[in-house]
Design a protein around this ligand. Structure first.
Ligand code: FES
Length: 65
């Protein structure tokens, strides 16, 4: 699976990878919970949480849980 920035990361809320990535960078988000609060990604079925985790790891180098 690839992390296409123009594609949807969270199907439930139709959130794009690029939106989550932007929020993480601009707001300096560190946790899945913070991403959910900012973008609503990951707050419904939780099926995209793994992808959010990978994005946090890619951008921050690590993930705070
Ligand atoms: S796909 Fe993101 S919460 Fe369901």
């Amino acid at each position: 699976m690839t992390n296409e920035t123009g594609s949807i990361i969270c199907n439930c809320n139709e959130i794009l990878y690029s939106e989550v990535e932007k929020a993480i960078r601009e707001k300096k988000l560190m946790t899945i919970e913070e991403v959910g609060n900012e973008t609503t990604a990951g707050t419904v079925c939780g099926g995209c949480v793994d992808e959010i985790y990978l994005l946090l790891e890619k951008i921050n180098g690590k993930v705070e849980l």
